[in-house]
Design a binder for this molecule. Structure first.
Ligand code: PEP
Length: 256
């Protein structure tokens, strides 16, 4: 299980240290990690290296991923951060195609495809976000949108596999109407997405399905079905370390 915290453009150096101090009070991280139940933190770029060092210092086995990256490897692209740079600061993966990137920064499916090619070439684990808006859902077009967003990216994964690499790829179903609204999708919705991925792209693709959108200590319990989701991408709720602990305890405490 992957429990990914997307901090978005939040947190400061001081808040990160306090967050890790709170998490360090829990002694089951090693046990959870052995069971492949992993917490992954996605800080803003400037804090990637600090976060890594602070986790190492506290012996906290958390994954670290970036929230975005450039579609290019190097050169005159002011303000961009490449896959190679992310590897250099020991990030293990990267979120790609988040709906906020698509909505506010005009990212297209072609951009996401170019980015995943670079991520895979550098061995970064991509977490590709997809999902429909309320309007698309109301029109009955949700599954058309899922396929349109995933198809070119899945082809890029196929080209990468053909070169002999096998970097895992995750697909975060994040319906836009559920992000930051307090209105999470239901298990029936997520099962439908899982079925659609299996039917359209095959079992391997469906196996990497995550869910994101207003996940909190209440909604996560009803969405937790191991055969359907490999984990969750969590925004607002995981800005609070105590909620991280509460959700881990609720979902996995009884397993350890
Ligand atoms: C997100 O934006 O990735 C997200 C899941 O946000 P929230 O949990 O706050 O809805």
């Amino acid at each position: 299980m992957l429990m990914i915290a997307n901090w978005k453009m939040n947190m400061s150096r001081k808040e990160i240290v306090a967050y890790l101090d709170t998490l360090a009070g829990e002694d089951r991280w090693g046990v959870w990690n052995e069971r492949e139940i992993r917490l992954v933190l996605c800080p803003p770029f400037p804090y990637l290296d600090l976060l890594r060092k602070e986790c190492v210092r506290r012996d906290l086995p958390f994954g670290i991923m970036a929230q975005n990256m450039a579609a290019f490897d190097t050169g005159p692209f002011t303000g961009e951060v490449s896959a190679g740079m992310l590897r250099d600061v020991a990030a293990e993966g990267v979120l790609l195609g988040h709906s906020e990137r698509r909505q506010y920064f005009g990212e297209t499916d072609a951009d996401v495809t170019r980015k995943i090619e670079r991520a895979l070439a550098f061995g970064l684990v991509p977490v590709v976000c997809f999902g429909e808006t309320q309007e698309e859902r109301d029109r009955g077009d949700a599954s058309v949108v899922w396929s349109r967003q995933i198809a070119p990216v899945w082809e890029a994964v196929g080209r990468d596999r053909a070169e002999g690499r096998a970097t895992p790829v995750f697909w975060a179903y994040e319906p836009v109407w559920a992000i930051g609204t307090g209105r999470a999708a239901g298990l029936a919705d997520v099962r439908e997405v899982s079925r659609h991925l299996r039917k359209t792209f095959g079992k391997e693709c469906a196996r990497g399905l995550l869910y994101g959108g207003s996940v909190n200590a209440e909604s996560v319990t009803s969405l937790f079905e191991k055969e359907t989701v490999r984990g969750f991408l969590v925004g607002g709720a995981f800005l609070d370390a105590r909620t991280v602990l509460c959700i881990f305890d609720r979902l996995f405490g009884r397993e350890s």
